[in-house]
Write a protein that binds this ligand. Structure first.
Ligand SMILES: [Zn+2]
Ligand SMILES: [Zn+2]
Length: 176
């Protein structure tokens, strides 16, 4: 048996294990195209990263990253470090991700354009987990929740659902 055949055979042997056993939610997992839908437990964008998933949440200039297992259960951030290479307005910046709380990694984006691509690399011991997030500008625009607010701009009137203002009782209007 040639060495290249041996590699191929090993890959075939390993493939069913990593695809079906580690991945509870869908068939035909395609790491490049991400053809299957992910639940995104924190409302962000989920990408497959080997036997894991990485979820990216962008809120203004803050990026929050979660490491999820094969079934999209959030994992603790213990021992995790990370960096993000962010493409923003034609410039690439390296953003350090620091542990926050018990399951987040947070980083601050440089001020400016909405990022279009982020490549996130997480490390834990000798393990490297990396995921690429493309077309971020359009994805985050789509992910925006339509929200409602009092036409009189009362404080605390913002709501995810239509209804009436808790302060003055006027019907909430959809924000642009
Ligand atoms: Zn997946
Ligand atoms: Zn009001």
């Amino acid at each position: 048996m040639k060495f290249s055949d041996f590699l191929l055979a090993s890959a075939l042997l390993l493939a069913p294990l990593s695809l079906s056993a580690q991945h509870g939610h869908g068939q035909g997992h395609n790491a490049a195209g991400e053809t299957h839908a992910h639940k995104a437990p924190h409302g962000g964008i989920v990408r497959t990263a080997g036997k894991y998933h990485v979820e990216l949440v962008l809120a203004g200039s803050q990026m929050t990253v979660y490491l999820l297992d094969g079934k999209e259960q959030t994992l603790a951030n213990k021992g995790l470090t990370g960096t993000a290479m962010v493409l923003q307005g034609g410039k690439t910046t390296s953003v350090a991700l620091a542990a926050f709380g018990d399951n987040q990694l947070q980083g601050a984006l440089p001020a400016g354009a909405t990022p279009t691509t982020a490549i996130i690399t997480l490390r834990r011991g000798s393990e490297t987990i990396s995921a690429r997030f493309d077309k971020l500008a359009s994805t985050s625009a789509k992910a925006k929740v339509t929200s409602y607010a009092c036409p009189m701009s009362c404080k605390d009137s913002a709501s995810q659902k239509p209804g009436s203002c808790p302060k003055c009782g006027m019907a909430l209007v959809k924000k642009a």
